[in-house]
Design a protein around this ligand. Sequence first.
Ligand code: VAH
Length: 310
Amino acid sequence: KILVTGSLGQIGSELVMKLRREYGNDHIIASDIRRLENEVVESGPFEILDVTDGSEIFKLANKFEVDTIIHLAALLSASAEAKPQMAWNLNMGGLINVLEAARVLGLKVFVPSSIGAFGAETPKHKTPQVTIQRPSTMYGINKVAGELLCDYYFHRYAVDARGVRFPGLVSYVAPPGGGTTDYAVEIFYEALRKKRYTCFIHQKTCLDMMYMPDAINAVIQLMETDPEKLTFRNSYNITAMSVTPENIANEIKKHVPSFVVDYQVDPVRQSIADSWPDSLDDSAARQDWGFKAEFGLEDMTEDMLGKINI
Ligand code: VAH
């Protein structure tokens, strides 16, 4: 059985439904700090869980005889920069609680990292799997510390911890919350709602992006991989495309010709984005566990515009 934390977030909302389709509703225990009346809560077991309370994780893991935790509860980069102390408590406090439960109960763990785990000194183009990581944001510090902590639990306690460094994720099921890459989601909604969007990131800022179906498949594929094949644990670089807001806007214009984008750069989120790579080298993930993104900018744009309900 799989316990998913942060199940009502941008990744969790789709991952829970996909896992329930793959493994059966009752095998996936969704959890989040709050409850919403939606398919995640109504289609199978759902529990309120504050991951900063370690005893609660142990209780749920025992109650549902969980063997795997997919740990998605976190504050994203922009929110973490606004509330750094809260971000440390949630992002690191929640993680150590999940790893302790995994150590004591012998659970498998998935913990996401991010392109945010890299900093200004990191090579920006085709960022290597192993390279300098000195991020300057609280989120980035949490991600690097999280990667190192997961590797520690693997080497010291044989906890089967695995992770990927997600690019910015684009989706239409649940909105992202407090991410620097949220513009890459908002731009699609605004193109349909108002045929115009004011982007808070500079038009030439190039970042790795990925459509959510590819991100969900990557989690499942990594977790199902024979551990002998994994030369890295936390965390694998993965990517689907390296695009600028201008690239996305131009692709949308092919479907919404009158779409207009203007730019009002938010200095805080721009400085976060400027510290991140513009493209990752994901060859290790391709070699070790056959990762391959299906969606590029063209088909992601077509799918997003076709699926968004406004
Ligand atoms: C964020 N969407 O913007 C997340 C992600 C790579 C970006 O970590 O913080």
